[in-house]
Structures are given as C-alpha cells and as structure tokens.
Write a protein that binds this ligand. Structure first.
Ligand code: CUK
Ligand code: CUA
Length: 765
C-alpha cells in the first residue's frame, strides 16, 4: 500500500511523467476528418457538437429544473451540455439523498400526508423559481403534485425539499406552481372539480355541489416557507381548471387560469353514455378565468371569506359582487396560458385547435372597468365577449399547447403537440416566423428564463412526450426526449437529444447558472430539512451514548475514514437512535451510513446532522458502514451494532480478538510515517511556492489538508505516549492511524497540486 502511494506521489510530482502522458495521447489521435468519416457525421453535426460539448472542468451557462413527472422528483440539468446534475427528491423517498430514510426528511414527507394517509409518490408538473420584480432570483423552487393537491418548497441553497403543503380544499390540482412577480403568492389551481374540502355529493348534483378553485399560497421569503395560515382560495365554477399564470408589470395583481370541460360532463362510458373525451369537447369554447388577486387579497384581509377545513375561501358570489372574477371564451380545449414579458398579452393554446389566441390585457381590463359583458355563465360569473378581449388569433398548426418567450421583442415559441413541431412566431403582428420538427409529440417547452420579464433567449428545450425510435431500445417503457434547440439565429436549429429516464416531465424552468448560489457545506451540525442547528449535533471528542430506559441515543460523528463510536452495544428490544454529524469541512466529502438488515440509510453531507431510528428487535452483531467511497480506507469506515440477547451476560474478555503487535511492528510503521512525511513536505513546499491563495478552491483544499495533518499530529502524540509505556499494541495501531491521516493529507495535497497546474497558478516571489 505504502509503496503504491509513494510511487503515486512521486510520479505526480515529477513533471517528466506528465509530459510523457500528453505526448502519448497526441501520437494516437485521429484527425477530425477521419473521425467524421468513421462516425458518419456531417458538418452540421459537428457544429451542433461544438455548440453543446462542454470540456472537462467547464460548466454550463443555464440550469434547468425539470419536473420529474410520476417520479415525484425534480430533475436538474445543465444547458447547453444537457448533463444531468441531480434528481431532487420531493414527494417520493429517494435513497441516495437519504430522503424518507432519515428522521429529518421523514418529517417533511409526513407534511404531505393527506387526510391522514401517506401518499409516498407524486406527479410533479410545474416548477417555478422565486422571482423578484418578475425576474428569477434563484432562492427557492416550488413544484406541484397533480396526483394529490400539494405544493413543495425546495431550498436552492442546498437543493433539498424543506416543506410540503397540502391543499385543504381541492381533491385534484394542476395549475401550480406559478409565482407572482415578487413571489408574494404561489398559485395553485384545481383540476378535476370536487366538493370543496374533499367532501361527498352524488354526481347527479355536480352542477350545484361540485366546484373548482384557485389557491393563493402566501410565501414568507425570510423564512423560506409557505404560510398556510396567511393563504386563501377563491371558489370557481366546476369547470376543469387547467394551467395558470400570474400577470406581470401592467397586469401585475391579476392571474389567469384556463379551463376545459366547461360542459361539466361527468362521464359514464360503462352506463352506455359517451366517454369523458366526447362530453368534455362538445362546446366550441371553454373559459379563461381572469382573477384580480390583489383585490381578492383585500377581501381576504377584510375577512370576507368562510372557512373550509380551517382554510379561508372567498365565495364565488363575493367574487362576482366585488368584480374580482370574469371569464373570457377560449377556443376548444385550451391548454397553456402564458403571459408575455411585458405583461400586455396572454397567449393561450388549444389542444384541438390550429391557432393560438393572443388576448390583450388592456382590452380585458377596459371591458371589466366598463362592465361590458356579453353575458353570464350558469353561476352568474360575467363573461367578456371574445372580440372584446382578443388581440389576434394566429394559425400555427395542429394542437398548440404551451408558449415561451424569446429575448427578442414580440417573439414567442409555441409547442404543437399533434404536428410534433415548435412554431416561432410574432405575437404582436400575428405571423409565423419559423417551424422546426421535434421527436415526438411535444408537450411543454422551455426557453431560458422564458417566463420572466427579461427572457434570456439563446436556447429552447422541447419536452417531448415520446421518444419512439430515437434511442437504443430498452424495452416497452421508453425514456422521454428533451431536445435542445438553438434559437439565437433566425432559424431554429436542433442541437441535441437527451433521453430522460425518470418520469414524464411536464414543465421545466431554466435560470442563468450564475444566479444560483448553493452551499458548499452546511454550517456545522445543521438539520438540512429545517435549515436550523440540529439539537443533537456533537463535535468530535464529544461523542457519547445515552440510555434512558430502553431508549438508546448514539451521538456520533463521521469523518474520513471512521465513525465514532465504532462499537455500539444495545439490548434486544431497545429503541436506538443514531444521530450522526459529518464533521468534514472538505467539499464533496459526503459519508453514508447503513446498518446491515435494519433498513437504515443516511446521506451525510459535510456539516449535516441526520438521524436513523431503529428498533433492535433481532439479537446479533450487525455491521454499519459508510456507503460513499470517501477515501482510500472507505471500506474500513465501519463499526458494529451489537444487539445482545435478553439476559446475556458477557464472560471476562479473553482478549482473543485481532492481531498482536510488537515493538518491531511499531518501529516499521514509524519509519513508514517518517518517509511519508518527507513526501508530504515536498508537496507542501510546492504548494506554498505557488500563488494558491488566489484560488478559493485550492485554499479550501489546503484547509482540509491542514486539518488532516493536525489529526495526524494528535494520533502521533498518542502513538508515542503508548510507546513510552511500551504498550506496543496501542502504539502500533495509533501509529497506523497517524499514517492514515498522512495519507489523506497527501491525497488532498496532490489534488491541490493538480488543480494549480491545470489552472495556471504562478510562482510567488
Ligand atoms: S401540462 Cu403536461 S404537457 Cu401538466 Cu403543464 Cu401541458
Ligand atoms: Cu465515509 Cu466512505
């Protein structure tokens, strides 16, 4: 082991070695033309590759947060490389992140219980990033669950889910999460109508008893939490509400929610009635709901609501009386509703239409102010005539769904589901500018910051529903296909196909990467799910085991490459809690914690404290171990949970465990350590001769190496103490531990050295 390390250290410190490797790789390289010929690539392909290829060490310009569909997660990837960076566990337990396995995250998932029931999955559709003055600010992310009416709050400081709120009145939702321009509210619209409060009424009383709704969830930016006690809903007719969007700039204070099935059909194919799809697409039009949420907020603050399940609901009658709600006809089976960056226009798609409808907010506002209505619906809600609201209708192709805006004025991109195309068009003038085919059946699309007041343009991603023949077959269940499109020029250009094998993403949102400022490590001893200091976090040296009746609490630390304590003895039937703090400061030094057969699995990022709880119901000796390959001696990062059978009494120890060491062993280890130190010193000399202080990443690594050397010094002192007492057993083992820390320091030192070489560090005078 040592010889290998020493060789490695020397090779890496020798400049000659590096030169050889480089020379070797150039000699065997093919020319560009040869590669093009061999792989059958065109110049066009090469151009696309050059626009997306991201060399090692380089990063992406934009970060996409895509819904993960039925996985109940959020998928994070970079643009233009389309490299997946993370799946954020939201509504579904996820073992890599320990989500749903540690006690802290179980509490978050438990917030998502509905009417006492666990719903351990979600159907995530629409992510939204917090906004300041209509621009994404990168602080928090919201996402809805269509399967059960819920909204989750994810902190973008650590990309972890911190809150789940259950809608108190809806039985189904879809039009969430959409934020108002300063994230005052997170909008969630119902989908399939229900009896508000999830109550019962026979379907024969659908028209009278069933309702739709939109909820405005109050977001407390400082706390990073939705405040259900300061949130309210508006009661709506039992049309099937669909997507929503918030007004911005001139239309700030308003929100728009479209609907389908304004026929209020309840189905019944098995009774000989036509199916839903027929009954819900009979009318030529459905309704766009126009809601003055600022005024609704005033009504809420004035107490003009009643409570359902302890949640404030403003009745439809109050909304009508106070002029808060109006409807406008929308073409058959509308789908997306997307407000333009200046807030002046609202583009609505139609699944069974060929044209997109552009509404003018100015016209809508004028009609409402003048009380110029064409009539009322069955519930007395005023309806604005289409011609009094419409700016333009533009034929685009079959099945226009969703729209995203470009940085260029008046330019919008709309997905065409049936045609499997994206249309680029001018919504001011009402003309089509370009079309591109995608594969296949596009749902949403996302342009960079395309739903904000300042879209960034550059790239568009088509979120296609089907992949069919685009990738190597993997059985009947295919991945989804996200296609990256260059929109910087006049013509759209397809750049890249990315299979997404998780769930069916619906919407995604994309933000400039430099707006995100995620943590590198937690403050020591943080409960990541609350963001607060964990009450049971301990520092190295203060680890302990506490017993209280049959409850045992183990206060543990984890650092390369050991847990403290390493032997935990409990009695059969005890309830055991492991509260573990990762005491690393180093970047990316995550440890895992698993216990054999007890279903325990934690992820402990640097500084994080998490808890595993078990009932020790089976006597035996069970290994626990670290599940992340964190260092050379990661496999040795282990310990024993000893569950003693009831009434077991241990005989006096025979000392028969393990190997015995002599003075010769100690001397040998001592010599090894001295040699290793010489290598470390040479690396240290190199680093300190360079301007490493100009590189924050290098400084962080040097801090970590310094930590390791400090630990080495402590172990060395212990070894020498035992040697003085001629306790060769302990002296040798502590000398071994001293060497472990040296190895870690050397490993980090070499990483710094490589980093400095690759990043053009210079000698300091
Ligand atoms: S929905 Cu799926 S393609 Cu939930 Cu926004 Cu339109
Ligand atoms: Cu810690 Cu492996």
């Amino acid at each position: 082991m040592y010889k290998i390390l020493r060789k490695g250290l020397l090779a890496a410190t020798g400049v000659a070695g590096l030169g050889l490797i480089l020379a070797g790789s150039t000699a065997s390289a093919e020319t560009l033309d040869e590669v093009l010929a061999r792989r059958g690539l065109s110049q066009q392909d090469l151009l696309a590759a050059a626009k997306t290829y991201t060399p090692t060490g380089k990063r992406d310009e934009f970060i996409v947060f895509s819904s993960g569909g039925q996985s109940g997660q959020v998928i994070v990837y970079g643009v233009p490389s389309m490299r997946i960076l993370k799946y954020i566990a939201v509504f579904t337990p996820e073992p890599w992140q320990g989500y749903g396995y540690d006690e802290e995250s179980k509490k978050v998932l438990a917030q998502g219980k509905i009417d006492g029931r666990d719903v351990p999955w979600g159907d995530t559709h629409h992510p939204a990033i917090t906004e300041t003055n209509g621009d994404q600010d990168g602080q928090y992310l919201f996402i809805n669950d269509k399967s059960a009416p819920r909204i989750a709050v994810i902190s973008l400081h650590d990309f972890e889910t911190q809150q789940i709120v259950v809608n108190p009145i809806m039985q189904s939702e879809h039009g969430g999460a959409f934020v108002t321009p300063n994230s005052e509210y997170v909008i969630e619209a119902a989908q399939y109508p229900g009896v508000l409060g999830r109550g019962f009424a026979p379907l024969s009383e659908f028209n009278e008893k069933f309702r739709g709704a939109v909820t405005y969830w109050k977001f407390n930016r400082e706390k990073g939490r939705i405040e259900p006690e300061n949130s309210f809903s508006v009661e709506l007719p039992p049309y099937t509400q669909d997507l929503s969007d918030a007004g911005k700039l001139v239309s700030d204070g308003w929100s728009f929610t479209n609907s389908f099935c304004s026929e209020r059909y309840v189905g019944g194919i098995e009774r000989g009635r036509p199916p839903f799809e027929a009954g819900c697409s009979q009318n030529d039009t459905d309704y766009l709901h126009i809601i003055n949420w600022k005024k609704a907020e005033e009504l809420y603050k004035a107490g003009k609501f009643s409570k359902i399940n302890d949640h404030a609901v403003i009745s439809m009658q109050t909304l009508i009386d106070e002029g808060v709600l109006a409807l406008v006809a929308e073409p058959k089976s509308p789908h997306g509703v997307d407000v333009s960056p200046d807030g002046k226009y609202i583009v609505v798609g139609g699944k069974l239409d060929t044209q997109a409808s552009v509404y003018s907010f100015e016209k809508i506002k004028a009609a409402i102010d003048a009380k110029k209505f064409a009539g009322k619906d069955a519930y007395g809600v005023p309806i604005i005539a289409l011609e009094d609201a419409l700016h333009k209708q533009v034929p685009l192709g079959l099945g226009p769904l969703h729209s995203q805006y470009d940085s260029k004025p008046c330019v919008v991109y709309t997905s065409l589901y049936v045609d499997s195309q994206v249309a680029k068009w001018d919504y001011c003038e009402g003309k089509v500018l370009d079309k591109i085919s995608v594969h296949y059946n596009i749902g949403h699309l996302v342009a960079m910051e395309g739903e904000t007041v300042h879209p960034a343009g550059k790239y568009l991603i088509a979120l296609n529903k089907l992949a069919i023949d685009r990738f190597n077959p993997v059985g009947p269940l295919h991945p989804q296909n996200h296609q990256l499109i260059d929109i910087s020029g006049e013509k759209m250009e397809l750049l890249y196909d990315m299979p997404l094998p998780l769930g069916e993403p619906h919407y995604a949102t994309a933000i400039a990467a430099d707006k995100l400022k995620p943590l590198v490590r937690y403050k020591y001893g943080t409960d990541s799910r609350t963001g607060e200091k964990h009450p049971d976090a301990v520092r190295p040296g203060s680890e302990k085991v506490e017993r209280n009746g049959n409850k045992v609490k183990v206060y543990m630390t984890a650092i390369r490459s050991h847990f403290t304590p390493e032997i935990v003895e409990v009695e059969e039937g005890d309830e055991v809690e492991f509260v573990i703090t990762n005491s690393e400061r180093a970047q990316d030094e995550t440890h895992g914690f698993a216990i054999s057969t007890y279903g325990v699995n934690l992820s402990l990022e640097p500084g994080k404290t998490a808890t595993a709880k078990i009932k020790a119901d089976k006597p035996g000796v069970f290994s626990y171990y670290c599940t992340e390959f964190c260092s050379a001696l990661h496999l040795e990062m282990t310990g024993f949970l000893v569950v003693k059978p009831k009434g077991f009494v241990e005989q006096a120890s025979t000392g028969a465990e393990g190997q015995a060491y002599t003075q010769a062993d100690y001397d040998k280890q001592f010599k090894t350590n001295t040699d290793t130190q010489a290598v470390i010193d040479s690396v240290v000399t190199y680093i300190t001769s360079m301007n490493f202080k100009d590189f924050p990443d290098a400084v962080a690594l040097v801090e970590d190496a310094t930590d390791q050397l400090k630990f080495a010094g402590e172990a060395k002192a212990k070894a020498e103490d035992f040697a003085k007492k001629q306790d060769w057993q302990n002296a040798t083992l502590w000398a071994g531990q001293w060497w472990q820390y040296q190895v870690k320091a050397a490993d980090i030192g070499l990483r710094v050295k490589t980093y400095l070489e690759q990043n053009g560090a210079k000698k300091v005078q």
